[in-house]
Design a protein around this ligand. Structure first.
Ligand SMILES: N[C@@H](CCC(=O)N[C@@H](CS)C(=O)NCC(=O)O)C(=O)O
Length: 243
């Protein structure tokens, strides 16, 4: 059995899609990152970096339990465990691995920062035009890279792979990071192709899915999640108080 430490977020959805696509048995452990569940000692044993997703597979290598954290590592672990969603051809496998790393090291972090300045911060009265331009601009460049890659092929590494699983959930929320994907026709066609697969459309039957997806955080939740108190408020996080 695989325990998936989850909250509705693009990074956690990667693991959910992979588990569904692979038909593996799993249990969702809701980890409310807006309430600080990620900072408990128990959760740090699962992910020392206090983020979702992470998994604990009770049937890990050698038959014992294993934890895996970082969405990219979770996807590579599940691919290795099942021998699926990674091309058998070594050249394509490294292509798929390169795109997984591209997503977790470039597209995800830049989209996350763009979303912060474009969507989250303004809801709390913080408008930073330079930061918004910097991150939205860089993430737009990344969509150009993605679009160019997908112009000549159906999937990032020619066949469906973890590279597509890693990238899709972030592209689905592109409007939130300030990007209109209609400008990238090959990306739009790829989204439609993947959206036809039930695993990619999976929604948990839990009211927290929609609540979390609306991303409307109270001031307290905002501070817990981003560890930066909105201007004018008294610093409350341990990190800020120590500065
Ligand atoms: N590089 C990590 C990033 C994970 C990440 O940033 N997760 C967010 C949700 S999308 C999170 O847990 N945030 C909670 C926090 O920052 O306290 C991965 O790919 O798994």
């Amino acid at each position: 059995m695989i325990d998936l430490y989850y909250y509705t977020s693009p990074n956690a959805r990667k693991a959910l899609i992979a588990l569904e696509e692979l038909g593996l048995e799993y249990r969702v452990v809701w980890t409310d990152i807006s309430a600080g569940d990620q900072f408990t000692d128990a959760y740090r044993d699962v992910n020392p970096n206090s983020k979702v997703p992470a998994i604990v597979d009770s049937d890990g290598p050698g038959g014992g339990p294993v934890r895996v954290f970082e969405s990219g590592a979770v996807l590579l672990y599940l691919a290795e465990k099942t021998g699926r969603l990674m091309p058998a051809d070594p050249r394509l496998r490294w292509e798929a691995t390169s795109w997984v790393v591209w997503q977790v090291a470039n597209h995800g972090p830049m989209a996350g920062q763009a979303a912060h300045f474009h969507s989250h911060a303004p809801k709390h009265g913080i408008v930073d035009e330079y930061a918004t331009r910097r991150y939205v601009g860089e993430v737009e460049r990344l969509y150009e890279v993605l679009d160019e890659r997908l112009r000549e092929r159906e999937y990032l590494a020619d066949e469906l792979s973890m590279a597509d699983v890693a990238t899709y959930p972030w592209v689905r929320v592109a409007a939130g990071h300030g990007v209109d994907i209609a400008r990238f026709p090959a990306v739009v066609a790829w989204v439609e192709r993947l959206s036809a697969r039930p695993a990619f459309r999976k929604r948990l039957d839990d009211p927290r899915e929609d609540k979390a997806r609306r991303n409307e955080y109270t001031r307290e939740q905002f501070t817990t999640l981003f560890r930066a108190t909105p201007p004018g408020d008294t610093p409350t996080t341990p990190q800020e108080a120590a500065r």
